[in-house]
Design a protein around this ligand. Structure first.
Ligand code: GRF
Length: 203
């Protein structure tokens, strides 16, 4: 079976990227990372790509006249590398139409909360402050909103009375590292179908 060609967009640490690479190398994920694109030159994700012989690219948003032009450059790089599925892994930008139209229902994201609760940049902190007993992580297809697209998979994580943002984030992150690869593998097997707000998973 041909391997699913991934393009990963990241802004920072890249631990989800690392988990994807590790699962691929362990033969648990039928995919290959064709390119890692970062909007920050110091993103550790670029280092991780390099360590595994994967093409890493820094695309500086400031080099472009506007957000659409920047995103067009990202799309061009994804297309040049024959990417089939775009994987957002700690990519701290709202994805816009240029990318979504180039990859319809082919952009995935992972969020560190049980959506639709606690969208945005501080999912773990917001969950702790709200006092929920459970949080978790969500893999979803990306639409034009902030963490609003059709949900692929979720994993539940307990929140303890003594949790702070960091302890909860660490517990959630462990689950993220498993969940993202599971969702990508389902996609690779052709088992995901977006039907309106819902994602159907076939057997
Ligand atoms: C993760 O918590 C992810 O859910 C969120 O950003 C964080 C990225 O972490 N979207 P990393 O860069 O993959 O380590």
């Amino acid at each position: 079976m041909a391997k699913l060609r991934l393009g990963v967009l990241a802004s920072g640490r890249g631990s989800n990227l690392q988990a994807i690479i590790d699962n691929i190398e362990a033969g648990k994920l039928d995919a290959e990372v064709k390119v890692v694109i970062c909007d920050k030159p110091a993103a550790f994700a670029l280092e991780r790509a390099k360590n595994h012989g994967i093409l890493g690219k820094y695309v500086n948003p400031r080099d472009y006249a506007g957000k659409a032009e920047y995103e067009q450059a990202v799309v061009q790089s994804l297309k040049e590398n024959q990417v089939e599925l775009v994987v957002l892994a700690g990519y701290m930008r709202l994805v816009r139409n240029v990318l979504l139209e180039a990859f319809p229902d082919r952009v995935m994201n992972i969020h560190p909360a049980l959506l639709p609760s606690f969208p945005g940049a501080h999912g773990q902190r917001d969950a702790v402050n709200y006092g929920v007993r459970f949080s978790g992580c969500t893999v979803h297809f990306v639409d034009g909103g902030m963490d609003t697209g059709p949900i692929v998979l979720q994993a539940v994580v307990p929140v303890t009375q003594d949790d702070d943002e960091d302890s909860l984030a660490a517990r959630i992150l462990k689950e993220e590292h498993k969940l993202y690869s599971r969702a990508i593998q389902l996609y690779a097997e052709g088992r995901l179908k977006v039907e309106g707000r819902k994602v159907r998973i076939s057997d």
